[in-house]
Design a protein around this ligand. Sequence first.
Ligand SMILES: C[S@@+](CC[C@H](N)C(=O)[O-])C[C@H]1O[C@@H](n2cnc3c(N)ncnc32)[C@H](O)[C@@H]1O
Length: 420
Amino acid sequence: MATPDPNSHKSHGSVLVEQAANLTAACVQWSRSDFEDPARQVAVRDEIAAGARRILLETATPTELMWSQLVNLYALISLRTLSQHGVLQALSSEKGISAEELAEATGMEVSLIRRLLRPLTATQFLSQGVESGLYHHTKASQAFCVAPELHVMLDVLSEHTLLSLGCLPEYLAERKSASEPQDQAYNPYTWSRGQDGTSVWQVMAENGELARFQAGLNPGNKEVFKPTGFFDFGALAEGDDARDRAILVDVGGGIGAILTSIIEETPALQAVASRCVLQDIACPIDQARSGGKLPVGVQTMVHNFFQEQPVKGPKAYYLRRILHDYSDAKCVEILSYLTKSAAADTKILISEVVDPLTNNESDIPMVCTDVIMLNIGGKERSEEQFGEILKAAGLELVKVWRGPSDCLIEARLAVKNNVA
Ligand SMILES: C[S@@+](CC[C@H](N)C(=O)[O-])C[C@H]1O[C@@H](n2cnc3c(N)ncnc32)[C@H](O)[C@@H]1O
């Protein structure tokens, strides 16, 4: 057997040097620009992240690449476990802390702490003093302590990922399938919990996960989830409509965190908050009612979006992150109930990420949510795919408004429906 050449993974030096030069150029742009154009900022950041990744890939052996994939998974497991025991929260940003002190503060065994911290320090999520061995926060770990909803979201989503998506090959083998899951009641999530036949939302409500999930949806981290600022919600309040005409109906609006953001950031809506409606199933609506965070006057309503829409002819129906939970057929069903209750001038506003089909670093959140949706029988869609489901529901796409994280697809009744 031939002995492997230890240098066989080395790229041509010139390729590496060229990649490093491109990366340096992108970093210089980043440091010198004040980025009035957010799209340009995203593009430069994409160049930096992709360039750094390219260099890592260029210099690693295939075996090293395999370990780098694995360590990310193990870092995720460490992060969940250490946060659950309060270890992450016991770190201080200014002065470092030893594993013994972390054990003292949290009650977790010192040796377990040390071992779980390793994937996090090796991937630079946390830092460790070379001489002192003390652990320090980094910008990344600090963010988790500052934005607790990130914590909750990571916890809920990684639980889905690890428990069910982790067994996707076994799931498909058992079903003798090579197709994407399409059903909210028969998918890797319901299968992994032994609850095939019950919808994901029902399973989550029954096991207490739904309440945690709703807390994680809180848009406290507006840098990551920013549903406003690129569509004029204030214009919905214009015109001389009947005083009892609903203005904005948030269908499947959770505990109302997004509707609250929209109203708080739109002065014209604040005056008519009582004509805004939050709809969802019972558990989140109860949470919204008891949470006391909704703007005064906002109506709350338990409503199943697979049934007739009771609020007729509002200025707009708004659905954020609803359609990506479902197959095309189910999306058409949900939208058809809105078609039946819409007025000729009702706007159907669908807030989702729009899949650009080829992906950059900045699309990573969307890439992840698409995989998470695969777990529950849903999917992220391209503009063309949205056009198709809208058409099948008797609607037509008017415009795609693009924001930093979300897009807003504006639709209306298709012309033939308007005439009828
Ligand atoms: C991904 S969350 C999106 C929540 C909110 N729109 C947001 O963007 O934060 C999906 C929401 O749909 C709700 N939901 C699920 N099934 C529903 C149904 N049949 N009728 C109404 N709401 C439902 C869930 O409770 C959850 O709040």
